[in-house]
Design a binder for this molecule. Structure first.
Ligand code: THU
Length: 158
């Protein structure tokens, strides 16, 4: 028996974002400028909106021992959970491109980051909206990390 999974996402232009989404775009954009990525030269910024209205940012942090480094999303989400363990995450915005790029395409969170975001979405039992953006202002949006990670593994299987 064949089955089908449907994934939905929205394509949005920066000028059509609402006020808070625009703030998140700008926060991720600025966070990207603080990346430490001397090995890949690929700079990524992430901005997280909490239910209390605060915005938390992070950037990728690389290491000479490559796997030791952290993506922007995990830098931001681990800091968030460490400091606001009981405050729900509403939205997560990511933007990445080579350091000197002037234009780019929306880059989605990597597999490790998807699994990490899933952990917190399951923990808080409330969807996290994921936005991934380009330097040009093209944005893809999903309403839950589950759209980016179908057949996901979580604690319910343990
Ligand atoms: N990177 C992120 O920060 N987030 C992603 O979702 C994709 C990849 C970083 C990791 C590494 O520092 C650089 O981009 C190149 O892979």
């Amino acid at each position: 028996m064949e089955k089908e999974l449907k994934i939905q996402f929205e394509v949005i232009q920066k000028e059509n974002l609402d006020f808070i989404e625009k703030q998140l775009y700008d926060s991720a954009f600025l966070a990207r400028e603080k990346a430490y990525a001397p090995y890949s030269n690929f700079w990524v910024g992430c901005a997280i909106l909490l239910e209390n209205g605060e915005i938390i940012v992070g950037s990728n942090q690389e290491n000479a021992a490559y796997p030791t480094g952290s993506c922007a999303e995990r830098t931001a989400i681990f800091w968030t959970s460490a400091n606001y363990p009981n405050v729900a995450i509403k939205k997560l915005f990511v933007i990445g491109a080579p350091k000197d790029a002037k234009t780019s395409v929306p880059i989605p969170p990597c597999g490790n980051c998807r699994q990490t975001i899933l952990e917190y979405e399951v923990k808080q039992n409330e969807k996290i909206e994921i936005y991934f953006a380009s330097l040009d202002g093209d944005i893809y949006k999903t309403n839950s990390i589950k759209s980016l990670l179908p057949f996901s593994f979580d604690a319910s299987y343990l």
